[in-house]
Each structure stands twice: as C-alpha cells, then as structure tokens.
Design a protein around this ligand. Structure first.
Ligand code: DGJ
Length: 755
C-alpha cells in the first residue's frame, strides 16, 4: 500500500494490495488514467491519456489547446456546463440561478489511516498502518464551492474507498442537486455489467449483460436500498468467469435511494458513477456549511467474480461490521414467526423453547405480535409495550422462562413504522411522512415515521431503550416492512423538503449508532421484509440481515448465492422452515433444508413441538453439525463452485479457513437426471500440496469408495470413512456427485488437513 505523488507531473499513483489506481492533473482537471492490476511506480505512467483534437462538438475549455475537451477527457469527478455532455458527478444551482461550476485542482494531503465519515456508516481501520487516505482538493473560484475527493487504499485488501465532501464558502447559499460518491471513466467499453435485481421473496438474483452504447441505470427510488435492486454494480471483462479475469466492483455503503450507472459514450469510453439517487434529492448549503456523500467501496480482482467477492467478504466481515459480535460465532436460533404468526401466548412460546433447548438451540427470538393489540398486521406499530393478554407476565417473565431453559432471549421490533390504529398515531399524527391535505398512502396498514425529525428519533431512542432494558434481551431483529410515499416532513421548510429522504437515513443511522453503543451486548439483525435493506450501510450497525422472507430451500439457493456476490455468509440469516413451504408450497427434505440454512447464520423457524421424534433427532444432529462448522462458514473464505443461475440449477459452495487446513463443502442438486453423465464436483481454495481427510458427511469418491449417497437419508453424522485425498486431486479431479438419488438432494462434508 502506498500513495506516490509527482507534483511536477501532477501524477497520483494509489496502490492498494494487488491493485493500482492512477490519475493526473491535466490543465487543472483531475484526469483518470488507470485502475487495475498493480503497476510498478514510474513517471512514464503520466503519458497514458492520449490527448487529441476530436471535433467542434466536443468543445475546448482552453481555447489555445484543441486537444483537450472535457467531453472526451477521462475524469475523476466530472462537472456540468463547461463542455462535458456525459453524466456529471454533481450538479449545483448557485445563488444567481446559474448551474455552472468549474472545479479545478487546488491541493492535496495524505494521512495514514481512514477518517470516519460524519453521520454515515463506512469501512474503518483499527490501526493507522492498515490504510492511507488521499484528500484531493478541488475548488470553483467563482462560486466558492470546494470539493474534496477522499480516496483510501488498503494494505490488506485490493480495495479503494471513495467519497466526496462539499463545502460552500461563497455568499448566500447554493443548492446541491446531485452529489455522486464517485465517478470513474474507463478507457473502453469491452465490459459486461453484473448486478443484483429482485423482488420481495426473490432478492438478489444475478443478472449479467453486455454494455452497449448509452446508459445502464440501476437505482432505488423507494426510500430504502430495496429488494428490487441492490446498491451494487460490477463491470467484468467478457471473458471473466467465477475464477479468472478482470472484475471491478462498486458497492455503496448506503441504505436509501441510490443510483449506479454505466454510460458508454461516443468514443467507447465507459463512465461509471454511483451515489445517492439525485431523483427527489437536493441539499441546501449556506455559506460555511458542508455535505458528506456516502462511501463507495471499489474492489478490483483479476481472479474473477470469486476473487472480488472474497475481498468484499473479508473487508465487510472485519472492517465494516462492527461491535462486540463482529468476530464471535453467531448463536443458533429458533424464531416463532412461521411457527405461530400472531397467534401465540407465553405458554406456547415456552413450549417451543422447551422443545428447542434439548436440540442444542441457543437463542429464542420472539417475532411480531407481542405488543399493543397486535393480533394481525392491521394495528399497534408504535405501541411498544407488552400485550398482557398474550404475555401476562410481560417480556421479563417470558425471557426468564426462556432463560430457564438454558437459552438466550431475542425480540422483534419495527421501530420506523406507525399503524394509524395505534396510541402513538393518535398522539402524534404529524410524526409520519405525509404531505399536508393529502391522503397518507398505507402499505401493510402502516405509515413511515419521519426519522428526519430529531424529536421522533429521540422518542424512539427512549422507547426502545426502555424495552431493551426491560428484560434480558441479547438479540434484536429490527424490521422495516414498507417503502416510503408522500416523502415530506412536517418539520422542514419548503426549500429543505427534498432533503427529507436523505435526512431520514441520517436520522436512522444516528439512532442506530446510539442504540448499538448503549446496548453493546445485543446482537442486532436487520430485516426489511427479508432482504429489502440488505446493504453495507445497515451492516455497519447490525452485523447480520434476515436474507429473505422466502425460506424455501430451493429458492434460497439462488438468493444466498446471489447475495454472496458481495456479502459474506456471516451476514445472512438462514432458517429451516416447515413444509409445504409457506412461500412457494414446495416440499423438500429436512436434510436439504438444514444443509441450505447451514451456509449462513443457522436457525429454525417452525413449530418444533409439532416435529416427529425422528425429525427432532435429525434437527439435533443438524444443530451439532452446525456448531462444528459454523466458524468455517461465518469466518472462512467462501468459494462458489456451481451456480444455480447456470446449467441445471445444481448449486455448490465451500468454505475454507485461512490456513487452508479445514473446509466445509455443500452440494445441492435440484432435479434428478435420467441416465445422465457422471458428474464430478471439483473443489477450490485448498492447498494442492496438502492431504485432506474427508471426515464426515456422505460422498462418493471415485476409485476409493463405493459409498452410496442416498440423500434422503444422508446425514452429517454418517461418517464417510476417514479416507484422505490430495488437495490437488480434490481440485482437479473432484468427487462424483451424480450418484445422488431423487430431486432436491444435498450433500455436505468436511475436510481436514492431515500430516
Ligand atoms: C417481515 C419479516 O421479514 C418476517 O421475518 C417477520 O418478522 C414479519 N415481518 C413480521 O411481521
């Protein structure tokens, strides 16, 4: 990691582990030169950009130099109005109504470590030697607008973070209409875009497509990062695969409206920008005020998508997620949502806990329906006091009954919402987002509290603090079940209304900062109807997310695989639920459901009291198995082996510890094949020179064994037999998987290096 600056040439060379990022000041404009595999530092790098006259339709800011047009110059933070007709990185309206600014280089400074971003979640360092930050200062002399571009390079990750800081030093005020976190111009367009669209119960399904002329725009206008599009975009060389080739990832650390775009212009250059969605956004900056954009985490990999994902996984697991629970293995839980929905009382909860405890389950999570008069989803959000009809002894008594079974107690809340049918709404009807005189559009019979207001956030802090202190609560599931409409704040003046959606996020982040600081022993899991806000912003405060409301094992293969493009398994809540599945009505075996859920933060979400003795015994074995492998899943390196988005839908992945001495492998076959070919699963990430003992699980290894893999009865505790295989053999020849019987079959096993 290093930052080289040649002041005479205006050359800046930023080196992260394995990658280089270069730009140069040309006529005062920061011009992008290169981002990719690491280069040796050399002043000849200053000649990368070829400047040449194009035509009068690409005008020249310096009349005497027709070789320079901002319309063709690759740039670091492009402006609007002075000859660049591509997508600008920012837009402002000045005091006089004009929209023209011209940011020119005015200086730089370099500091060890990485600064906190005021009020915003961000990747952090724990020691200054982990990273170096460059502050590149730009100024528009005419207006008094100052912009600082922040770049942080990392010693241990092939990643660069970027964000932008605006300051206004002119007179009166200006209006910021767009403020991207970063913009970058690639010199050609030979890329494909990969991104993660979806829907409720179908989150983060991978799409990959060619970039053509024109613009690709991925965005959310819903007030949250959304089920529909994750705040992530990757560009890949067309020949890049899971394992090889150049990949460039852009992941925005933000939970609200965002845009990520890639624009291929007339000469085939590609401009990528990402940040807060300018749709329905503006920000007033009076003299002396400033604005900090969220951060984008940019990862380069020459080892394909898998290499990119592992960089994100390590960085997010260790330097984005924070708090006491970051490095701890996560508890195995039982959640009562799909077991009871709203229909429970303390005795029923205790009965489920009683069934869970002997299985080895560690945490009981009481989901929706414990407060106000909430017998369905029509009422009571905002009334965060126990419903004594269901819980006569309150939360404290129920928590004690659960604790007495040897389990921790966790609680569901949905603090950002209010039901019109609630005491809170009757007392404070102006506390929700609404436009005076207009209908208040409901979603699931609820309205969104206006978290842009300090009084609302303070009320929530006090109310939630009281709830979290009222019982020995060690886990909180923080839900959010609708998107924003009538985005207007009763407390904001006319000029500030378009700040509301972003101010909401700042209010939410501040509330989460305060709560997680006050309750460091609580493990928080975020949720938004499953994965509607599965983003790096929320992960900063809450190290795990309920991945999806879809708990069907087969659907989960695609959802968890797609999610793993950016997010580590330690962030994904994954539960075994009942069959027929409640979302898609599919029937899969308990083995299959367990094997899929074990590739995340494992838990159950069904009525354990209704399980047969045989299934209870299997669940106990699953819990024991997960305890053995959970540090591998939650803290190891993930290698994706087979994609559910390709071929016949077979899916496989594995987790390997840092010193390559242990691995956990999971293979899933969706549909059986009639008289098909012999298929082998080749592994990854092992040491080719080590021997590994296949310790348990069920597999068919060619030549050495005839063990049959009848998946319906396959369990982890049926040890394979302890044979050893070379890492090279496992990665080059692999294991035969085509002997599995039936549809929806799974196979898991563990490898341990032997001398
Ligand atoms: C949506 C969540 O994703 C579910 O797990 C459950 O908590 C419900 N909300 C409760 O209303």
């Amino acid at each position: 990691m290093n930052i080289h600056v040649d002041e005479t040439l205006g050359l800046f060379h930023l080196q992260s582990k394995d990658s280089s990022y270069l730009f140069q000041i040309i006529e005062g404009y920061p011009a992008h030169l290169y981002w990719g595999a690491q280069l040796n530092h050399d002043t000849s790098l200053a000649h990368i950009v070829e400047l040449r006259e194009r035509c009068s339709f690409s005008p020249n800011p310096v009349p005497a130099n027709r070789n320079i047009s901002l319309d063709t110059l690759p740039q670091e933070y492009p402006q609007y109005g002075t000859s660049d007709f591509r997508q600008p990185a920012y837009q402002v309206k000045l005091e006089d109504g004009s929209r023209i600014t011209e940011l020119k280089y005015s200086g730089y400074r370099i500091a060890m470590g990485k600064p906190k971003l005021t009020g915003l979640p961000a990747v952090y360092t724990e020691a200054d030697e982990e990273a170096t930050t460059l502050y590149l200062e730009l100024k528009d002399d005419y207006s008094g607008l100052k912009v600082t571009l922040l770049y942080t390079v990392f010693a241990n990750h092939s990643a660069i973070t970027r964000s932008t800081f605006f300051e206004y030093e002119g007179s009166g005020s200006i209006q910021l209409d767009e403020a991207m976190s970063a913009s970058i111009d690639f010199s050609d367009s030979q890329y494909e875009a990969l991104y993660l669209p979806g829907a409720w119960v179908r989150e983060r399904h991978i799409q990959r497509r060619e970039l053509g002329s024109g613009a690709l725009r991925l965005e959310s206008r819903r007030g949250s990062s959304s089920h529909q599009m994750n705040p992530f975009l990757a560009l890949l060389r067309p020949d890049a695969t899971e394992d090889v080739g150049d990949v460039y990832g852009f992941s925005l650390v933000y939970s609200g409206n965002f845009v990520a775009q890639a624009e291929v212009e007339q000469f085939g250059q590609t401009r990528v920008s990402i940040g807060i969605n300018p749709f329905d956004f503006s920000w007033q900056l009076a003299s002396g005020e400033s604005f900090q954009t969220p951060e984008v985490v940019m990862v380069y990999s020459d080892q394909g998508l898998g290499g990119m994902s592992r960089t994100y996984h390590r960085l997010y697991r260790t330097r984005l997620c924070s708090g006491n629970h970051r490095d701890e293995v996560r508890p195995i839980l039982i959640n009562n949502w799909e077991a009871t929905y709203f229909n429970f009382d303390a005795d029923k909860i205790e009965a489920i806990a009683e069934a869970a405890s002997p299985l080895g389950i560690e945490l009981f999570v009481l989901d929706d329906g414990w407060f106000g008069k909430r017998d369905n989803d029509d009422s009571s959000l905002g009334d965060w006091f126990e419903d004594r009809r269901k819980l006569p002894g309150g939360l404290a008594d129920l928590a004690k009954r659960v604790n007495d079974k040897g389990m921790q107690f966790g609680l569901w809340v949905e603090p950002e919402m209010v039901s019109p049918e609630s005491e809170l709404y009757r007392q404070h009807p102006d506390w929700c987002l609404h436009a005076e005189g207009r209908r208040r559009t409901e979603g699931r019979s609820q309205l969104v509290l206006d978290l842009s207001r300090k009084d609302v956030c303070d009320y929530l802090y006090d109310t939630l603090s009281a709830v979290f202190s009222s019982a020995p609560i060690t886990y909180v599931k923080w839900d959010m079940n609708r998107n924003m409409t009538e985005v207007t704040s009763a407390s904001a003046s006319r000029e500030h209304q378009k700040e509301t959606a972003h101010r909401y996020m700042l209010g939410l982040y501040d509330l989460l900062e305060r709560l997680t600081t006050s309750f460091p022993h609580i493990l928080f899991e975020s949720c938004s109807g499953g994965g509607g806000r599965f983003d790096p912003g929320m992960l900063y405060y809450m190290p795990q997310t309920w991945t999806s409301d879809d708990t069907d094992a087969i659907e989960r293969l695609a959802i968890q695989y797609g999610t793993s493009i950016v997010y580590p398994a330690s962030t994904m809540g994954a539960h075994v639920s009942n069959v027929p599945n409640h979302q898609v009505h599919r029937i899969t075996s308990l083995t299959m459901r367990g094997d899929v859920a074990m590739s995340g933060n494992f838990g159950y979400e069904l009525d354990l009291t209704a399980l047969s003795a045989e299934d209870q015994a299997l669940a106990a074995r699953q819990v024991a198995q997960y305890k053995e492998i959970r540090s591998l899943v939650q803290q190891g390196d993930m290698h994706r082996l087979l994609s559910p988005f390709e071929g016949r839908g077979s899916t496989a992945w594995m987790f390997v510890n840092e010193d390559q001495t242990e691995a956990f492998v999971a293979f899933f076959r969706v549909l059986a094949e009639a008289n098909g070919p012999i298929r082998r699963l080749t592994l990854k990430g092992l040491n080719p020179n080590k021997k590994y003992r296949l310790e348990s699980g069920v597999a068919h290894i060619p030549a050495d064994s005839t063990t049959d893999a009848g998946s319906e009865t396959a369990t982890f505790t049926e040890a394979f037999g302890g044979q050893s295989f070379g890492g090279d053999q496992l990665m080059r020849i692999g294991l035969v998987t085509s002997d599995l019987q039936g549809d929806f079959a799974s196979l898991t096993f563990r490898l341990r290096a032997v001398e």
